[in-house]
Design a protein around this ligand. Structure first.
Ligand code: NAD
Length: 347
């Protein structure tokens, strides 16, 4: 039996609930396909930080390297650990160290889910650059706490980094409806974003079959609301992609429906799968977190591992569940009820 070893990082808040929910479904789907899934749990989180002073051990990244994939719930507990510490102490180092440079986030309405704007008709794939740009972590502060205090944060765009994400976007567009929208703010940011536009035009020559459009981030935000059906693949920098995909999540009915995959396309290191949402401290411990985004992220993991049948089975089970109106209204169904319904649909 083919067995995959998966590193599980449930994290904080609802991250723990949705990971357990998704893991049950993924185990069941693996079994149906005659696969083994071996999960190793890591307690790395804000609770771990409070105990040890770090979000993960110094060799945490190396520990993860031997796994076939990483599955993460969500990290963050802002009441006790600043978000900048939790993010820079766990998620960002993993994405960077494993060159998970393509963050793939699909936005479409599941059957039975009513978006705030419309009930059907769009299917967007957002590709977010995931290792550099505005989240490079380059900068510093001087004269802290004085009237002369200065804070500098530099966005870093490398030719290699921009080229590879644009090319990845074109490849995705080629496999879909052959439309790529590149998002920048090159009217105001005249170095990095003009550079991004130039690289996009260069790479576009290799893909004459793909129609390319260029949008400024503000115009794209409006378009995603007003005409989401006009969009196919969107490619954007780390910050812009981060924001646009929360907008995408809203348009698809809420954060409980938005999955994501942090992909290392070269497969030189494991990729990481997680819902777009965070640890939702406002609803943690209530047992009402929607596990669908997390389960869908698991389907993306199967897809990446080359297990298309298991991925399809999970998606069919999710869609059968939402089509019955289960998990479609925020707070109505318990995490456990939704998970049981997905498991029943799977079997
Ligand atoms: N990838 C990650 O681990 C990740 C991503 C985003 C935020 N965070 C962290 O999570 C913490 C909370 O952040 P936030 O409040 O800005 O964003 P959030 O995504 O946790 O929550 C935003 C809102 O959406 C709701 N929500 C989110 N997921 C839901 C689900 N599955 N079902 C039902 N409702 C859901 C929440 O209740 C909340 O009202 C912070 O510490 C933040 O840094 C982590």
């Amino acid at each position: 039996m083919k067995t995959y070893s998966i590193a599980l990082i449930p994290g904080d808040g609802i991250g723990k609930d949705v990971t357990e929910a998704a893991w049950q479904v993924l185990q069941a789907a693996a079994k149906r396909s005659g696969l083994g899934l071996e999960g190793t749990r890591f307690p790395w989180s804000c609770a771990y930080y409070r105990e040890t002073g770090a979000m993960m051990p110094p060799d945490g990244v190396e520990t993860l390297r031997k796994f076939d994939a990483i599955y993460l719930g969500a990290v963050g507990w802002p009441a006790e650990v600043p978000d900048s510490v939790s993010l820079h102490g766990l998620l960002l180092p993993i994405r960077k160290a494993f060159a998970q440079y393509a963050d793939i986030r699909p936005h479409r309405l599941l059957p039975g889910v009513q978006g705030p704007l419309r009930s059907e008709g769009f299917d967007i794939l957002c590709i977010r650059e995931n290792t550099e740009g505005e989240y490079s972590g380059a900068g510093g502060r001087i004269h802290s706490g004085t009237a002369n205090e200065v804070a500098v944060e530099t966005a870093i765009f490398t030719r290699a980094g921009v080229e590879r994400i644009i090319r990845f976007g074109f490849e995705q567009a080629r496999a879909r409806r052959k439309k790529l929208a590149s998002v920048t703010k090159s009217n105001a940011q005249k170095y990095s974003m003009v550079f991004w536009d130039e690289v996009t035009r260069e790479v576009a020559r290799e893909y004459p079959d793909v129609e390319v459009s260029h949008y400024h981030i503000d115009a794209m935000a409006a378009r995603m609301v007003m005409a989401p059906e006009s969009l196919d693949v969107i490619v954007a920098s780390n910050l812009f992609g981060d924001i646009l995909t929360d907008l995408g999540a809203a348009v698809q009915g809420g954060l409980g429906f938005a999955p994501s995959a942090n992909i290392n396309p070269d497969r030189s290191a494991p990729s990481m799968f997680e819902p777009v949402h965070g640890s939702a401290p406002d609803i943690a411990h209530l047992g009402i977190a929607n596990p669908i985004a997390a389960i869908w992220s698991g389907a993306m993991m199967f897809e990446h591992l080359g297990e298309a049948q298991a991925a399809r089975d999970v998606m069919r089970a999710i869609e059968a569940t939402t089509a019955r109106g289960i998990g479609t209204i925020a707070g109505k169904d318990k995490t456990e009820t939704i998970t049981r319904a997905v498991l029943a649909a799977l079997n």
